[in-house]
Design a protein around this ligand. Structure first.
Ligand code: NAI
Length: 661
């Protein structure tokens, strides 16, 4: 017998000759599956058909799968979130979806989720409502709860079901960190019941699971014991302390509310379900969550700068194996490329290779992956690989004539179509390109230090640079898993231009007598990831001072920063800067400052940054206001929950106007 539902657009539904109902999600016109209104409504129709067929015995089991290459269901459809702007609206949608998931849970026949690709957020919550979960071990398959990154937590009873499946510690860790798990890790903690080697094994395994009436046993007894008091209370206390090491409750309340929920109702699924919705709804409606969703969209916007089906770089050649070049080459290798590394000084190459090995060990999972990465990073002192490279990046000394003569030579050697890029931070692209026969070819790829940690790369468009080269450079940046921001060739581009006045304001305050600890604490209170004085110490005071001078900041050159540089106190690398550094950490005085004071100082410190962000927009350093916000968030770590400097300033002005009215 074969049954179909005719009107489906995002799902396919069939019942096969053995009485197994198959629902395959394949959202129309999308590369990824996300749960939005239409796929959810269609799933409700499917579930109703299964309920009816199950009641007559026409269906023996139900399997949920996906037809997409890379996703089972990658979460809720974030594009639709904006429609849910009030708590009652959110509550209504949540209740409907919850009821649907509960109907899946209550089906009298075995229900199997057969998972390939991303199974995240609401997708994982749906899988948890099934009786049995099978995942393949393919590289594309990942499971997790990324909700905290959006300022919420799982709100479709995923908190309750995850704890029932994986026990409190593992489930809460997964939800609190938002980390994506590989299939084997998800199986080890109990989120998955069965693994198969590839996606081609999923159908057969799902069929067998239905015919054998497999039901997940849930967390073992010893894990469930931890739900009882006083253990649960102790666990909650530990979780709170660990979370507080990473984020502040005032900025990121979601993980703390999740811990509250667990602490109060962890052992009472019925009440926990009700309380989950009660706590979820205000989080979802909050300004912080809205801003974090905005940050997610901004990252998607930057990724979209790269053309989808064009340039596919595989080989990169980097010239200059110093701080930047060595780390750029190593990062490309971690992301699967082959990189050759050239330098006049072979000891620099050797040092870069040693550093790269450390990175590979941290970033890659298996010794084999580390070995193959080492093999893909090729020392090339004489530049033999230039002609093979799809992308050539120059990261040598910041001297115009040296760069010019290098590019003159490179232009003759590179293959047609290869990207020719400079990592310069302060020279004019137009000057570097001057001696080239084809100056339209040169683009800037401005990486940030440390390369492995900062997600942004500025793609610099010189006056003559061709659009095609800019787009190819963006494709390269996304291929190495970074976010490209297209910027105009101008001093400081966007990020340094906006960051420098903030740094100089911190220096000025310090000079006026504010304690360094107070300045740094004020920035943290505002939501910056690190205080400005500590950050300058990390970057190197010589570099920070140089940037200030380049940008012609009024106080630069004649301040405490310049004085420290003159004394050879360059920050972490020399053991002293604004702070004395011991064992890689700044020595700080433990002083508790008044919170309102810190709040005020924090706002004053970032003010020059906001002013500069506005000027950069006026000067069209980047295309739009959103690009300014994206660049400043991903390039400086600017308090993500505030949605970006320009967004924050606008909201702040609106709030002030409302308060005054
Ligand atoms: P670095 O001094 O650490 O390394 C430069 C390397 O280039 C040295 O190993 C040197 O031996 C080599 N070199 C010099 N001339 C060469 C030539 N003609 N051919 C081959 N190798 C040559 O410098 P760093 O800090 O890595 O900077 C490199 C470039 O990156 C500069 O243009 C700088 O403005 C830019 N940059 C630096 C950042 C930083 O934080 N250090 C951040 C972003 C960009």
């Amino acid at each position: 017998m074969t049954t179909t539902l005719p009107d489906l657009q995002d799902w396919r539904f069939t019942v096969d000759f053995e009485g197994i109902a198959w629902a395959i999600i394949d959202r129309e016109g999308e590369s990824m599956n996300a749960l939005g209104r239409r796929p959810t409504e269609e799933l409700a129709d499917i579930v109703m058909a299964v309920e009816q067929a199950a009641s007559t015995g026409a269906v023996k089991g139900f399997v949920l799968m996906s037809a997409k290459e890379r996703s089972f269901i990658a979460g809720a459809d974030i594009r639709e979130f904006e429609d849910f702007d009030t708590e009652p609206k959110i509550e209504e949608v949540v209740k409907q979806t919850l009821e649907l998931f509960n109907r899946v849970d209550r089906l009298p026949v075995p229900v199997v989720a057969a998972i390939h690709g991303y199974c995240l957020g609401g997708g994982l919550e749906l899988a948890l409502a099934c009786d049995w979960r099978i995942a393949d071990r393919e590289e594309a398959t990942r499971l997790g709860f990324p909700e905290v990154k959006l300022g919420i937590f799982p709100g479709l009873n995923g908190t309750v079901r995850a704890i029932q499946a994986a026990g409190p510690t593992d489930a809460m860790t997964a939800m609190l960190t938002g980390r994506m798990l590989r299939p084997a890790a998800a199986k080890a903690i109990g989120l998955i019941d069965q693994l198969v080697p590839t996606r081609h094994n999923l159908r057969w395994a799902a069929r067998k699971a239905v015919l054998q009436n497999r039901r997940s046993p849930g967390a073992p007894w010893w894990k469930r014991l931890m739900l009882k008091q006083p253990v649960r209370g102790l666990l909650a206390k530990q979780m709170r302390a660990k979370t507080a090491e990473k984020v502040r409750e005032e900025h990121y309340p979601a993980p703390f509310r999740l811990i509250d929920l667990f602490e109060r109702y962890g052992n009472d699924p019925v009440r926990m379900r009700i309380a989950e919705t009660e706590l979820f709804t205000p989080l979802m409606a909050s300004e912080a969550s809205r801003n974090l969703r905005r940050v997610f969209k901004l990252s998607e916007m930057l990724k979209d700068e790269a053309p989808k089906n064009g340039f596919k770089p595989r080989r990169v050649h980097v010239i200059g194996a110093g701080t930047m070049g060595g780390d750029i080459a190593a990062w490309c290798v971690v992301q699967g490329m082959e990189a050759s590394l050239q330098d006049l000084d072979e000891t620099q190459i050797a040092k870069a290779l040693a550093r790269a090995k450390g990175l590979f060990k941290r970033q890659l999972r298996t010794p084999l992956a580390v070995e193959t990465a080492i093999a893909r990073l090729i020392p090339d002192p004489s530049g033999k690989h230039v002609k093979l490279a799809d992308v050539v990046i120059e990261a040598i000394v910041e001297k115009l004539d040296v760069k010019q003569s290098l590019f003159r030579k490179l232009e003759k050697e590179v293959k047609p179509g290869a990207v020719l890029a400079t990592n310069t931070s302060s020279l004019r692209l137009e000057d570097i390109a001057k001696p080239l026969a084809d100056p339209g070819r040169l683009v800037g790829l401005h990486f940030f230090n440390p390369v492995a940690q900062l997600p942004l790369v500025e793609v610099v468009r010189g006056a003559a640079t061709r659009e095609e080269e800019v787009r190819k450079a963006c494709a390269f940046v996304t291929a190495i898993n970074k976010l490209p921001l297209i910027v105009k060739s101008c001093p400081g581009f966007l990020v340094n231009r906006v960051l420098a006045p903030y740094m100089m304001e911190a220096v000025r305050r310090y000079q006026l007598g504010e304690p360094r600890e107070k300045i740094d604490q004020a920035a943290l209170k505002f939501g910056m990831p690190m205080g400005p004085l500590e950050l300058m110490d990390m970057v190197g005071l010589d570099i920070a001072n140089h940037v200030g001078e380049e940008l012609d900041l009024a106080s630069a050159g004649d301040n405490v920063l310049a004085a420290l540089v003159k004394q050879g106190k360059l920050g972490k690398k020399t053991g002293e800067g604004f702070y004395v550094w011991e064992q890689g950490k700044p020595k700080r005085e433990q002083v508790a400052y008044d919170q309102a004071e810190l709040e005020r100082l924090g706002r004053e410190l970032v003010k020059p940054m906001l002013d500069e962000a506005e000027r950069a927009l006026v000067d069209r350093v980047v295309a739009t206001e959103d690009h300014v916000d994206a660049g400043v968030i991903f390039g400086t770590g600017f308090a993500p929950f505030r949605g970006g400097p320009l967004h924050y300033r606008r909201k702040d002005a609106q709030a002030a106007a409302t308060a005054a009215a």
